[in-house]
Design a protein around this ligand. Structure first.
Ligand code: F6P
Length: 326
């Protein structure tokens, strides 16, 4: 058992619904074990600037249902430099913080990995990103809420598509990953999906539109932000319109609504479980690991493994989009 007295907690990178539930779990679990908690505002940026405050039971009251992050978040160039990390470490020592819980995605863990190798401070991470693009957890905190937001929006788009006999190209988030597009494509009965991990390509899309059922009155194509088929939904839309002038085509970019809103039950429970497990992991001597959930069990994955590898796309899921949208 490691003697940890004061855990610093922060959120970094893009916000995700459920981050507040994770912060709450870290604070309450730490209190349960008699450990103090220091909140660090605006991620690594606030760490370097010493933007710290003491957290207690009340600091996390009534936040489990709130989207965003009460600790705020930022992307920080300074932390990429040795000087920036030295500043951050000095601030932690000054404030007597002797362990860290970092909540975020690959950028957050890249920083944590370097920091943990340079300085003798245990750091563990919680997967907080809507993109679900980390290895070592079945789902990331925020993904479930985001895909439900997308499904709700696309269902509404489907109503207008159906009324006007239109084809909609809908762009969803996922800079490097098509996991939001894949799942929501299945859930909304999309005609086709374009994702960075599969090579459907423009020809593949045209074929699906050309040889698909002719009596369809509405069509939805979901494009992941990171797909490089044509350079985004607008360009895909333009090329589809050019190829099929008889289709009444519209483009819709869902954007940051996917990052907001109250977290789903699944995200709240996931965040609560991994948040409490992070405190226990630090007590047990874990460091430089992300705490995730695999098949319902807490799983520990070294940062470098969590960020380096893609959890992969199940080809059967891609086939399912095709098979079921006939
Ligand atoms: O949180 C991840 C993500 O949603 C990516 O899919 C997207 O590319 C990125 O954030 C956009 O973030 P921002 O607008 O904050 O730079």
């Amino acid at each position: 058992m490691t003697q940890i007295k004061n855990i610093g907690v922060f959120t970094s990178g893009g916000d995700a619904p459920g981050m507040n539930a994770a912060i709450r779990a870290v604070v309450r679990a730490a209190m349960y074990y008699g450990i103090e908690v220091t909140g660090i505002r605006r991620g690594y940026d606030g760490m370097g600037k010493g933007d710290f405050f003491t957290m207690n039971r009340k600091s996390v009251s009534n936040i489990i249902q709130r989207g965003g992050t009460i600790l705020k978040t930022a992307r920080c160039d300074d932390f990429r430099t040795p000087e920036g990390r030295k500043n951050a470490y000095e601030q932690l020592v000054k404030n007597k913080v002797d362990a860290l819980v970092a909540i975020g995605g690959d950028g957050t863990f890249t920083g944590a990995k370097v920091f943990g190798s340079e300085y003798d401070i245990p750091v563990v991470g919680l997967p907080g990103t809507i993109d679900n693009d980390l290895v070592g957890t079945d789902f990331t905190i925020g993904y479930d809420t985001a895909i439900n937001t997308v499904v709700d929006a696309v269902d509404k788009i489907r109503d207008t598509a159906e009324s006007h006999d239109r084809l909609f190209i809908v762009e969803v988030m996922g800079r490097d990953s098509g996991l939001i597009a894949l799942r929501t494509g299945i859930a909304t009965g999309a005609e086709a999906i374009l994702i960075p991990e599969s090579k459907t390509g423009l020809e593949g899309l045209f074929n699906r539109l050309e040889f698909g059922r002719k009596d369809k009155t509405s069509r939805i194509v979901i494009v992941a932000e990171g797909d490089d088929t044509a350079g985004g939904a607008f360009e895909v839309g333009r090329l589809v319109q050019e190829k099929f002038p008889n289709y009444d085509t519209r483009i819709s970019i869902l954007g940051h609504i996917q990052r907001g809103g109250a977290p789903s039950c699944m995200d709240r429970v996931l965040a609560s479980r991994v948040g409490a497990a992070a405190v226990e992991a630090l007590r047990d001597g874990h460091r430089n690991e992300m705490i995730g959930l695999i098949n319902g069990e807490i799983a520990y994955t070294p940062f470098e493994h969590a960020i380096k590898h893609h959890q992969g796309i199940d080809p059967n899921m891609i086939k399912l989009v095709e098979m079921l949208s006939m």
